[in-house]
Design a binder for this molecule. Structure first.
Ligand code: NCD
Ligand code: ZN
Ligand code: ZN
Length: 345
């Protein structure tokens, strides 16, 4: 007997589309299944001003194939020179849905991020006033902090003090990877949410390092111990509305991944929904998939749930490409190392 599940069309609350040839190749992979996505601004150079975001949105919409419907939800990259009035104007005219904070040096293309939090105080105060959420890459960058501890240390040293200093600022902890992240969200109110990626529900650090180093499992924040993966699975499938899907699908071409100094990022857009459904089924939580993938994100961002639906049908394991070709070179798709039985129809 075939089993099927219909949910509102999902959205991706953390997505990297890049630009140019890679944008053209990866955009359909997301637009096929997702209605909207929060578009990360870490281009080179980054999307800093309202003007940059408007131009990037136009490039995304021009890259969308005929007949596909997709709404990019734009963000601005917070720098120490960001102008609070420009942010407010871009929010007022509906262009942006969030501002993104990268601690300088924390991840791919984060060099223009924030070093001195005093310099962005004015912007954060304005955001609290106009109720514009701050999305945070939550890792400290201090060289003496072990990479596996950087999220937990960020919560204590940066995030918690920042939230205390900015009451009223709504924050999304992006791509949480630890029990500490889960606990911190749970201990707070609905003004704090967190996105969880597909791949962090599937891999732990052994997948990355045992039996040979696997560059396509390297992302930031780096996958942690198994107990943390289990905490993320519990949070994502729990039905708690403060947790929602942000795939962090982050394409890099193979030469940039399979390198002596490979880039961080897992590309998951193509098979994300099938993987997620498999995970929710394994956790006996198929009833909570709609919340995680389609409802909790819009609720946090104050947007309507998509009215269209997608149906997932269970059957023989599906096939999907190993790589997506782009004019800049191939991009390897995330391999969940398990058969996927749920097809999106
Ligand atoms: N997640 C990643 O490993 N990489 C992202 C940046 C980010 O989200 O930190 C990227 O832009 O490639
Ligand atoms: Zn990040
Ligand atoms: Zn990201």
């Amino acid at each position: 007997m075939s089993q099927s599940l219909t949910i509102p069309r999902p959205d991706d609350w953390h997505l990297h589309l890049r630009d140019g040839a890679v944008l053209r190749a990866v955009l359909p992979e997301t637009a096929r299944h997702f209605g909207r996505a929060i578009i990360m601004p870490n281009l080179v150079p980054p999307v800093v001003t309202g003007k940059d975001a408007a131009a990037y949105r136009d490039r995304i919409l021009s890259a969308l194939p005929e007949g596909m419907v997709f709404e990019p939800l734009m963000t601005l990259y917070l720098t120490e020179d960001t102008d609070a009035e420009d942010v407010a104007a871009a929010h007022k005219n509906g262009l942006i849905k969030a501002v993104k904070l990268y601690p300088a040096g924390a991840t791919t293309n984060s060099a223009s991020g924030v070093r001195d939090f005093d310099k962005v105080r004015g912007v954060l105060e304005k955001m609290a006033e106009i109720d514009l959420p701050l999305c945070v890459h939550g890792e400290v960058t201090d060289s003496e902090i072990d990479i596996f501890d950087r999220e937990a240390v960020f919560i204590d040293r940066v995030l918690d003090p920042l939230r205390r200093a900015m009451p009223g600022l709504r924050v999304v902890m992006e791509h949480i990877t630890t029990q500490d992240g889960v606990d911190y969200v749970k201990a707070n109110k609905a003004d704090l949410g967190a996105t969880i990626t597909t791949h962090h529900l599937v891999i732990n650090r052994n997948h990355l390092l045992v039996g040979g180093i696997r560059p396509h499992y390297y992302c930031l924040p780096v996958a942690k111990r198994e107990e943390h993966r289990l905490a993320l699975r519990a949070a994502a499938t729990s039905g708690d509305a403060r947790f929602f899907l942000g795939t962090d699908s982050a394409p890099h071409t193979d030469p940039n991944k399979e390198s002596a100094c490979g880039c961080a990022g897992c590309f998951t857009a193509t098979n994300t929904l099938s993987i997620l459904t498999e995970v929710f089924e394994q956790e006996n939580a198929l009833d909570n998939l709609a919340g995680f993938a389609s409802e909790n994100g819009p609720a946090f961002y104050g947007l309507p749930v998509n009215t269209e639906t997608v149906t997932l049908t269970k059957g023989e394991p599906i096939s999907y490409p190993q790589k997506i070709d782009t004019e800049d070179g191939p991009v390897t798709l995330f391999d969940p190392q398990m058969p996927l039985h749920w097809r999106v129809t």
